[in-house]
Design a protein around this ligand. Sequence first.
Ligand code: SF4
Length: 304
Amino acid sequence: MSSPRRDDAPTVTTSGPSGHVAFRRALRRAAPTIARPLPWIAHESPWAVLVSEVMLQQTQSSRVIEPWTRFMARFPTPSSCAQASLKDVLTEWRGLGYPRRAKSLHEAARVLRDEFHDVVPRDPAQLRSLPGVGPYTANAVASFAYGVPAAVLDTNVGRVLARAIANRRLLPREARTLASELLPRTNSAPFNQAMLDLGAQFCRSAPRCDRCPVQAHCAWRQRGGEDPAPLSASVSRRQSPFEGSNRQLRGRVMNALRDGPHSRSQLGKYLVDVTAPRRAEVLAGLVRDGLISRHAQTFSLPAD
Ligand code: SF4
C-alpha cells in the first residue's frame, strides 16, 4: 500500500526530539476524542489490569469485555483464581480462544498467592517472571496499573511508530528504542493508552488517514512512499484463516467439555468434518497441553 499523501499538507519532520514533542502534543490533545470505553482502563486493581492484558493477547478488545467482566466477578483477586480448579478457570474463559493463556493465568495466580502475598508486582522484570507474561504484557501492567514509565509496544503501536514516527520498516531493537524515546516521563500511562487507541481506531492495517487526528505530524502521511508497517517489528502478520484451523477444532472440543465429560465417540459429533487421524491429533494435542484430561476413552476439563 502506498501512502495517501496530502499534497496541500505542510511539510513537517517527526523524527528527532522536536518531532517527538510535536507528535506527543498532538496525540495528547486528541486522546479524549479517540479513547475507547474499555472497563479495565484505569481500574484500581492491578490484578484486573493483568487479567485484561492476558485476555487482550491475540484478541480484539471488543471481544474481551464480556469475558473479562465475567472472569473478574468470579475471580476478583489472584488468590480466588488460584484456589479455583483449572476446570473452573477454563470454563470462565469461554468465548476467548487460545486457552493456554487461561492455564498460564491460573499458574500466575498461584505464583502471586504463594510468592507475592497476592499482590501483582509493579516491576516489569518481576512481572515477566510470571507464567504467560512477556515483555509487552509486563510493560502494559506496570504502566496501566502503577504508572511506571514503561513503553507499551504491541501491533497497534508498532504500526504507529513505523508510519508516523520513522516512516520506514523498524527492526525489533529500533522499535523498542523509538517507543522508549517517544514515551513522556510524566503521565506515560495515558500516553501509552492513546497510542493503543490511535493504532486500534485509525492507524489500522488499512489506515484511516483522512480522519486521523495526528495526520499533520505523521511522517508517512507527509512524505509518502510504501507503507512501512506490514513488515516492521511488533506488527503482527496476517493470521491463517480460522475456518478449518486446529484452533477452531480445539475450540469446539473445549466448548463441548465445558458442559461435562464426553466420550471419544460423543466428541466425534463436534468434529464430523475432519478425518479420524486429525481428530486424534487434536485431542492428543489438548491432552499434551494440559487443557483436557483423558481417562480411558472419556475426556473432560482438568480437575486441577
Ligand atoms: S492513520 Fe494517522 S498515524 Fe496512521 S498512517 Fe495515517 S495519518 Fe499516520
